[in-house]
Structure formats: C-alpha cells, structure tokens
Design a protein around this ligand. Structure first.
Ligand code: A2P
Length: 298
C-alpha cells in the first residue's frame, strides 16, 4: 500500500491523514504540544469539549502563528450537551478562539446528564438532526459534521433518516481493536474513518508486540510508527496519535508504506489479544451495538 497524506471527505474538503490527538493531554502540556505540532509540520489537531482542554488547545493554535486556513481543526459535542447543541457549538468556537471548525463530531450516541449518568429522555438521532440544522444554518462556522463511536447498527439507524451523511466516524482503531465491520461499512457509504488511540493509548502492550517490533526493525522506525502507518495505509482512514512529548510528536510524523501481507499480519493481532482503551459501557448505554462489547448489554 502507499500511505496517504490527505483523505477527501464527502464535502470535498481534504482532511490530513495524521492529526495530533489530545485525549488525556493534561492542562499545562497541551498548549505546548499543539504549538509544537503545528510548527513542526502537523496539519491537523483533534480535541473535544469533554477533554476540558479546548481553551488551552486554542492558545496553542494561536501561539503556533500558523494561519487558521492552514490546519484542520476537529472538536466534538459532549454527551451532556446533546440537549443544547447550538450553545455547545458556540462555546467550543469561543474556547478554541476560532471562527470555524473543519469538523464537528457527536462524541458518542449517548446523551448524558453528567459525566456518569445516561439521559434516556433524549434520542441521539434528534441530536444528529439538530447538528444537521446547525450545519445548514452556519456554513461559515461548520465546514463538516460527523460522528464518533458509532457501530454499524447505530450508523444504519442514522443513515435511514439523515439528510447529511456524516463526513467522518471517529472510532478506537488499532491492531487489538480492528473493527473491520465498521471500517468496511463506512467505506461503502463514503464516510471517512478516523482512528483514535492508534497506539492503544497509555502503556500500550502493542508497543512491545513482537509483530510490531519486527516490522519496526525492518523499516528502522519506532513501534509507534508502524501502528500509525498501519492506519495511514488504509484507504479512507485518518489517524490521531496523541503525545505531549516533543520528540514523540516529531517522530510520529514518519509514515512508512506497508505491504498487504504486513497489514494482514498486524490486523491478525486482534485475534490473539483484543482490548479497548475506551469501552462504550462507561456511558451507561451498554455495548452501543459494538459486537465485541455485547457482554455490556447483560
Ligand atoms: P505521551 O503523550 O506522554 O508522549 P494513543 O495515541 O494510542 O492514544 O497513545 C497515546 C499514548 O502513547 C500516550 O501515553 C503517549 O505518551 C504515548 N506515545 C505517543 N507517541 C509515542 C511514541 N512514539 N512512542 C511511545 N509512546 C508514545
């Protein structure tokens, strides 16, 4: 395969294949990470209202001195904000101190009252309809809308009523959580997949997995580069390595082209060792239709 550098969205816009992830990036660190990434060639930054770091990300964007139109900015509607999406959109724009978002995602199909209580009085499908309304009402502020953590079952329900096909579905994606059903379904509908936790998140066993380290040696790169490259080699997939460490932010940009056999070998890790860094059951809505999480529905 030849890894991409950008992927075209169904809006016609190009999304950079690699953007900096900021989930778990702590206050006091993320401003610098964003500034460093943009100054050192990253073309995209991903954040979320739920990460509680939008204001600091915004400072990093400014500090970089990179013109707004030169990078792709994504944030997400938090679960407790599903009942007032319009206010949440304007709060995110203000916190990030940006005139527009390149992409705004529904963070989870899981309306919540607070950080731990599901809100069963709200239907996420109505939230999507509200996001569609805002997308049409504010084309100068919202360049694209999409979803995150959507299983095939939930996407099918959304697409049956949507007037705007989501541009992106951002999901956990790495060799121990391959989700080929979601990737293939989205590809068939022209929905770009974004991989979060491509390294397997903090203290990941994937960084010492023998298949990963063998390929890292072959290509003279770090294990992280193999894991990031795996996603960048897949058509219609973009990827969000997270780091607050300058040397890693710099190193994670290096993408190698993998053979089809190597991709298959990496994807086979899931059969031996499956895990999720972020299990959907934390929302109180069980499996959210993900086949590997059905135990959570019991
Ligand atoms: P840190 O942010 O302290 O540099 P993921 O992208 O899958 O969510 O993984 C993020 C985790 O991986 C963080 O703990 C991050 O640490 C670490 N990480 C990021 N880049 C590398 C790298 N090149 N090598 C090892 N660990 C990395």
């Amino acid at each position: 395969m030849v890894a991409s550098t950008t992927v075209k969205l169904n809006t016609g816009a190009e999304m950079p294949t690699v953007s900096l992830g900021t989930w778990k990036s702590q206050p006091g660190q993320v401003e610098h990470a964003v500034e460093f990434a943009l100054k050192n060639g990253y073309k995209g930054i991903d954040t979320a209202a739920a990460y509680k770091n939008e204001a600091e990300v915004g400072k990093g964007l400014k500090a970089s001195g990179v013109p707004r139109e030169s990078f792709f900015l994504t944030t997400k509607l938090d679960n407790p904000d599903q009942k007032h999406a319009e206010k949440a959109l304007f709060d995110s724009l203000k916190a990030l101190d940006t005139p527009y978002l390149d992409l705004w995602l529904m963070h989870w199909p899981a309306p919540m009252i607070d950080g731990s209580t599901p809100d069963k009085s709200i239907d996420w499908l109505n939230t999507w309809k509200e996001m569609e309304r805002l997308y049409k009402a504010y084309p100068d502020k919202l360049k694209a809308i999409g979803v995150s953590n959507f299983s095939v079952k939930f996407l099918e329900r959304l697409l049956a009523e949507a007037t705007v096909v989501p541009a992106v579905n951002q999901i956990e994606l790495h060799p121990s959580c391959t989700q080929t059903d979601v990737v293939e379904f989205c590809r068939s509908k022209g929905i770009v997949i974004t991989s979060y936790s491509p390294l397997g998140s903090d203290n990941s066993p994937l960084l010492t997995n023998p298949t990963v380290t063998k390929l890292a040696e072959k290509y003279s790169v770090a294990p992280a580069n193999i894991l990031i490259s795996l996603q960048a080699n897949k058509p219609g997939v973009t990827v969000l390595p997270k780091s607050v460490t300058n040397s890693r932010i710099e190193a994670n940009k290096k993408i190698v082209d993998l053979t089809d056999d190597e991709i298959a070998e990496l994807e086979a890790i899931d059969k031996q060792h499956h895990f999720r860094a972020c299990h959907p059951s934390w929302t109180g809505f069980g499996s959210l239709g993900f086949p590997d999480c059905l135990d959570a529905d019991k």
